[in-house]
Ligand binder design. Structure first.
Ligand code: HEM
Ligand code: HEM
Length: 186
């Protein structure tokens, strides 16, 4: 008996599950929050406010780290749908892009912690202090400030997320393959 046609219909459009969707949009929101809190910290002149924005920045950064671990764990529990039908190079680019996004949201928070901890200061997670396990380490502070948690990292994450958003829009409006609906509940 041929069941292929039924299966074909059932699998022709598959979206990410609700948990994967919720975690994805929460991580996206956190990333914009991280850039906004950093920008606010630079804009405000009052050191009290700058400190408050930095503490919020650190809290959101630790949260995105935890959310990324949850997302990777959830992928094992509930595997994502296969990529949409598209040229091989585009599927490879999507896979690499998704891996880099996940790696970035794991490694950038670690480098953020190293940046504050290597200055000898504690980090902060919504009011809970996380002590510096390093003490002052000027060479590490210099490295994180100038590379791994400084301008080059900022450019890297902006370019990566920018490309990711452009790719989603390209799929949606040029190739019209409904990729956006895969990440939306409706
Ligand atoms: C407005 C911003 C964003 C839009 C419109 C967007 C859109 C999408 C879409 C449509 C997909 C599904 C791709 C597919 O069908 O295979 C997706 C997947 C994905 N997105 Fe985004 N995204 C945004 C922001 C972000 C951000 C900020 C991150 C990183 C924190 C991110 C990380 C990922 C990852 C890792 C996947 C692969 C699926 C998964 O593991 O959950 N996205 N995105
Ligand atoms: C994905 C997560 C994160 C992103 C995207 C991010 C992004 C940024 C950016 C763009 C800057 C400005 C860099 C510069 O121009 O010098 C910055 C600064 C900073 N971030 Fe993060 N960050 C994240 C997580 C964290 C975490 C988890 C911590 C600490 C626990 C942290 C602590 C800091 C500190 C201490 C600074 C420097 C503030 C200053 O100049 O006084 N960040 N971050």
């Amino acid at each position: 008996m041929r069941t292929g046609s039924l299966n074909d219909q059932a699998t022709s459009f598959q979206r990410y599950g609700l948990v994967a969707q919720a975690l994805h949009w929460f991580a996206a929101l956190l990333l914009f929050g991280l850039l906004a809190t950093n920008a606010m910290r630079e804009i405000v002149s009052d050191p009290e406010w700058a400190g408050a924005f930095l503490r919020l920045h650190m809290s959101l950064g630790i949260l995105i780290f935890l959310v990324t671990i949850a997302r990777i764990g959830w992928r094992k529990v509930s595997p994502p749908p296969a990529l949409v039908d598209a040229p091989k190079w585009s599927q490879a680019a999507a896979n690499i892009g998704h891996i880099l996004l996940n790696l970035a949201t794991l490694l950038i928070p670690i480098s953020g912690y190293l940046r504050i901890a290597s200055a000898g200061y504690p980090a902060n997670f919504f009011g809970v202090e996380i002590p510096s396990i390093l003490g002052e380490m000027p060479w590490l502070h210099q490295l994180t400030e100038s590379v791994t948690h400084g301008d080059p990292m900022k450019l890297f994450i902006l370019a990566l997320v920018g490309l990711h958003i452009l790719a989603a829009l390209w799929h949606q409006y040029v190739w019209k393959d409904n990729v956006m609906r895969r990440m939306l509940p409706w």
